[in-house]
Design a protein around this ligand. Structure first.
Ligand code: BES
Ligand code: MN
Ligand code: MN
Length: 457
């Protein structure tokens, strides 16, 4: 591994700060031009880091950046994936500094400083570790793998155009392994290595009642209030033991046997008290019979992500809204199929609504869960790489989030993925004041180089 000099540390950081200044918000079409500019910037940075070629590939949505360096046809090829798009930064008033004007601040967890900006951890900071690790190996002439980069701009909105890209470019994307840094680790003293991701089914319900908004005095108590009905529908989706009540929901869930579950729990350094403390809550809640670690990794869940209807402005307005809506995410585990789960959700809601109201249900994007095989060469090299950097064996742990393109890589390209993430749960991804530790950034660059060192052998 090539050590990063103080001078290089400063250079790499300054460049990352440039990257973070682009407001590459994929969900909001008014930022289309900013996404194009970000893609151009990434493409240029791949060339500067040492790629033989790089291109910005147009799609129906935001562009994909592709770059490669073929060192030797006989060397193994690593296909690096990441995303330059970010989540919308709102609510803006909760940011301590503007989301696209990165600043460095020390925190309790990051005493060496952390970069505060939207995308710092998810995923620009982590993408940039790969580009810089690659640059160091090229400069020091010890890159012993071919490298292909694909950095997309629509991960946060479901990767639909990227999926089409991989289906149409199987030859070009020919590789031995996929390497991604878009997840996290427990802490840098005893790191976890992500060995699985949950799937996702994302739904929206609209409950429709009377033909117009009504005075809540004149009409209240005489009809089904859509907002009340929506609340009742939502509460009937989970029972008192934390089980999801949709018939058939658990049919395809593979139960992990007790001894394996105990082994995971024993090895883990997850601490429920620090978890509660970090969130400012007194107690945890979830499916009965499972620990918090299990509830956030190996069990399926259902949560409201947004809910609205009626008057939500300042003061009060006495009104019964004619409509009320909610957005709901279900996180899925092997072997649940997101299309099947979405259909079961629709069927169940339709079976429980009262006659006098109607519902419209929208099936948004989704994706399958993923499990990293622990017997592959790539996985073993990842373990060695963590040992080299951190001096300890990493703890295998499944992550609760989803990257729907990862199971597609397996299905379409026949390639397994190594999830080498360096963020912390407390880095506030998708939330105000997202940040990424400087130490995590530099240790990530080291670990990625260590991975190549072992994989290229
Ligand atoms: N990087 C995250 C996924 C993630 C975060 C995995 C933390 C594990 C731990 C990714 O950018 C993301 O936010 N994915 C979305 C799904 C996507 C379809 C919008 C998610 O998990 O909500
Ligand atoms: Mn991400
Ligand atoms: Mn994300």
């Amino acid at each position: 591994m090539n050590k990063i000099s103080e001078q290089q540390k400063k250079e790499f950081l300054d460049e990352l700060l440039e990257f973070l200044k682009f407001p590459s918000i994929s969900a909001d079409s008014s930022y289309k031009d900013d996404l194009n500019k970000t893609a151009d910037w990434v493409s240029k940075s791949l060339i500067e880091a040492g790629c033989d070629s790089s291109e910005v590939i147009k799609t129906k949505g935001h562009p994909i950046v592709y770059g490669e360096k073929i060192v030797n046809k006989d060397y193994p090829t690593v296909l690096v994936y990441g995303h330059y798009d970010v989540q919308p930064p709102d609510p803006l008033n909760l940011w301590k500094s503007p989301p696209f004007e990165p600043v460095i601040e020390k925190t309790e967890i990051h005493p060496d400083g952390a970069i505060f900006a939207r995308g710092a951890c998810d995923d620009k900071g982590q993408v940039y570790m790969h580009i810089k690790a690659f640059q160091l190996m090229v400069q020091n002439q010890n890159l012993n793998c071919n490298v292909k980069f694909m950095i997309e701009g629509e991960e946060e909105v479901g990767s639909n155009n990227f999926e089409e890209f991989i289906r149409n470019n199987k030859e070009k994307l020919n590789a031995d392994i996929i390497l991604i840094s878009d997840t996290g680790l427990s802490n840098i003293n005893s790191p976890t290595l992500t060995v699985g991701l949950r799937g996702l089914s994302y739904m929206e319900i609209k409950v429709i009642g009377p033909n117009r908004d009504l005075h809540s005095g004149t009409y209240g108590g005489t009809i089904y209030n859509p907002a009340n009905a929506l609340a009742k529908i939502i509460t009937s989706l989970i029972d008192d033991t934390g089980k999801i009540t949709i018939p058939g929901f658990y049919d395809d869930v593979i139960d992990i046997d007790k001894s394996k579950r105990e082994e995971i729990e024993d090895k883990s350094n997850f601490n429920v008290d620090s978890f509660k403390k970090s969130l400012g809550i007194n107690d945890v809640k979830g499916e009965k019979g499972y620990t918090t670690l299990e509830r956030k990794s190996i069990r399926p869940t259902l949560d409201v992500n947004g809910i609205w209807g009626g008057y939500t402005g300042e003061g009060s307005k006495t009104v019964i809204a004619s409509e009320a809506s909610a957005k709901i995410s279900m996180r899925l585990v092997p072997d649940q199929d997101w299309n099947k789960i979405s259909d079961l959700f629709i069927e169940y809601i339709e079976s429980i609504i009262p006659d006098s109201i109607s519902v419209e249900i929208i099936k948004h994007h989704g994706g399958s869960p993923y499990v990293t095989p622990e017997d592959s060469k790539g996985y073993k090299c990842a373990i060695e790489a963590y040992k080299d950097t951190f001096g300890v064996e990493p703890i295998p742990q499944k992550d609760g989030g989803s990257i729907p393109i990862v199971p597609m890589f397996d299905e379409v390209l026949g390639l397994k993925t190594i999830l080498m993430g360096f963020g912390l749960d407390s880095d506030s991804i998708h939330s105000p004041n997202e940040h990424f530790g400087l130490k995590n950034f530099y240790l990530g660059i080291d670990t990625i180089q260590n991975f190549y060192k072992h994989f290229g052998k």
